[in-house]
Design a protein around this ligand. Sequence first.
Ligand SMILES: *Cc1c(COP(=O)(O)O)cnc(C)c1O
Length: 527
Amino acid sequence: MSMNSEGRVTRPEISAETTAAAEAPATFTGNRALMLEEALIFERDDYARTGVDIAEAPAAANRLGGLERHRAIGLPGLPEPEAVRHYTRLSRQNYAIDLGLFPLGSCTMKHNPRLNEKMARLPGFADIHPLAPVDTVQGALAVIDELAHWLVTLTGMHAVAMSPKAGAHGELCGLLAIRAAHDAAGSDRSVILVPESAHGTNPATAAFCGYKVENIPATADGRVDLDALTARLGPDVAGVMITNPNTCGLFERDMKRISDAVHAAGGYVYCDGANFNAIVGRVRPGDLGIDAMHINLHKTFSTPHGGGGPGSGPVVLSEALSPYAPLPFVAKQGDGSFKLIEEETAGEDHPGSFGRMAAFNGQMGMFTRALTYILSHGADGLRQVAEDAVLNANYVLRSLDGLLDAPFGASGPCMHEALFSDDGLAPGFTTLDIAKGLIDEGFHPMTMYFPLVVHGAMLIEPTETEGKATLDQFVGALRSVAERAKAGDAALKAAPAMAPRRRLDETAAARKPVLVWKDEPLPEAAE
Ligand SMILES: *Cc1c(COP(=O)(O)O)cnc(C)c1O
């Protein structure tokens, strides 16, 4: 018998009968309690019932010259209440940060204060057009400029490129600046070094920029191997891409030494700043010798992501890389007004720019949300964001002591995320079973099988917005599922039992997604 933190019995003793009883019965409709099954809108298509009453088109001469359509246009038709229900039912199948804890490591899924949304919806920000004359949008440019100032100050860097539209886009911006700097110096360095534990976007970005990617191994304590890195530096290395705090949830203590060694060898240091959340207000990357770093506004500064909205990845730059920053950008003039430095004016003001990252100036809505978040926290509040994020992650880490293996747990506290491995689960039980068990417990699973340097990795990032009661409930659920995986509870292998679908063929879904509806049977899944 197990009880939750409120003392309510939530799971009877596990036995063959209770396991059988835990299997949810099949229903006539396929619905599960008030969670309704939903067909594709094309399958529900019933054009004749849309209720839209359009008069017969008047006869007119056909001037389409044989190009007229002979079949229905293929748009689904439903009466309005059915259309509303369709999308509302689908939305209920979505898990969201507004429903509960979202423990995805590396993603920083935290609460989005409603004040941010209110500010972003002010007509003066929401209803302007990117081509509006500059003298009519001075307030919006002031927001971009003020946010830029905060980002430069918080990171201790020299300048910031605001236009990149996501973290990966920011990585591209940083590497293009590094390449432009090497080009300007007449050097054709061809290699970017990336640690084994890097987020997949890092090597992808380097390869996309035309660089060869070489891995640097990790040490036994989960950090970049400084000796291996310095040994590999040389005249062919354009730079390194290092995440700090890294994707094992650890601070790279040797960062300054890494930067010094890379600079001495003529390279540049790109820092993946997606985890800035953990150090904002406490560490300035500029002091660590970083040349370029993207900031995920949609992680560190709360703006919605993960299906909730677009990303935004401004890139802070060192003095050495600033001359190559992309266009356009906002510049404050002597009289306090703002202008945009565009291609036409860049000749005099900014001749070294490598070009343009985006059509316009970046994600205005995200800028407004991030600045609201920053101003409502203030400098001291931002520091507390980092401290609470780290405290919460360590609370999770230590709460699983003795139950789940924490590969770097012995080397001291973690930063903003706690990392576990599948070591010690019963034979045949894996990280996937724990993730599926958490779904039955009402929690979105953690990040799994990443970073790759840890076997069966489970990466949990609670973020600073979760309170102790929520964390205790999550920890209770995770402990219960982990105990079942260690005891070899066969029912866990069949989890989730309560979700609308059981275990899907996730490989087939990823490798052979069926994204276009055709009025014919699906292809055979198995192969
Ligand atoms: C999220 C993330 C990225 C990519 O950011 P996007 O905005 O999703 O493109 C890169 N590196 C790390 C460590 C991340 O967590």
